[in-house]
Design a protein. Sequence first.
Length: 307
Amino acid sequence: MLPDFEAWAIFARVAARGSFARAAEDLGLSKPTVSKAVARLERRLATPLLHRTSRRLSLTEAGKSAAEDAERIVRAGESAEAQAMAASAAPSGTVRLAAPMSFGLAHVAPILPEFLAAHPDVAVDLHLADAQIDLIGEGFDVGLRIASLADSRLRARRLCEVRRLVVGAPAYFERMGRPERPRDLAAHSCLGYAYLPGWDRWRFFDRAGAEEAVTVSGRLRANNADALTASVRAGLGLAVQPAFIVHDDIAAGRLEEVMADWAMPPIALHVVTPPGAFRPARVTVLIDFLVRRLTAAPWARPLTEAA
C-alpha cells in the first residue's frame, strides 16, 4: 500500500501545535477529521504516537521520532509542489511571515500594501510576537529576527545592523543630568526591556574596545520595547531602545541620545527561512521586497559600517 501521506501531514501539524484543535484550525479541517487521521496512522504503525489526557497532548517516544519523519515528509511534498508550480506560474498563494511586535507594527505592516498591490495573487499571513517563533514547527515561510543569531537549522540573511541607543527626554536630563559613561547609569532611573537576557545588566564597549558593565534599576519593566516609549518621553527614566523605535523621536527632539561614544554588543536584522534549497516564488518575491525596503530605512545602519 502507498503511505498515508495525508495522515502523516496532519500528524506533523498536531505534533507541532500540541493540540488537535489548533492543528484543525491551521489546516482548515474539523477536529474529528484531524483526530481520526492520527488514529488511522497509529493503527497503521501499530504504536501510539500521542499521550492523550483531558488537558493536554504529548508525544510518546515513538511519536517524537515519527514527528521528525512527518516534518521531513511535509517539507519534501511542499518543495516538490512548489518546484512544479514555479516553472509555469506567477507568484501565488499565502506566505506566512513572523516578525517582532514593535518592529512589525512600525516597519513591516506599513509597507505590505505596496507588496500586495504589486503581487495580486499573493497573500500574507503576518504574525507579530516578541517571543521567538519556531518557524519550522509552526509552519512559517519567513521570519524577521533582530538579534545576534546563534547557529541553527534556519537559513539566515543579515540585512543591516540595528543600533541600540541610550535615550531620555530633555526634561529628564535637565532634572537629573546626563550620564557620560556606563557606570554613571547606576545613579539614574533605567527602564528595562524584559526579553533581554540579564535585562538589568547593561554592557557597553567604547571605540577602543574597552568594556564596561553596570547594573541598573528603575520603576518600569516591560516585555515590549514600545511599551517603554511613553514613560521615556514623560521623563520617567532612561531606556536602551533600538534605533528603529526612537529614530523619529530623536529627529523631532522628543528624545535625546547620550553616551554616543559607547555601544552595546551589536545586533542585526535578519531574514530567516526554513532549511531547503528551493523557495516558492511567492516567498522569494516577499524576501526580495523586504530586503529592498528595510535596508533603505533611515534607521538601518549598512553592514559595511557595522562593528
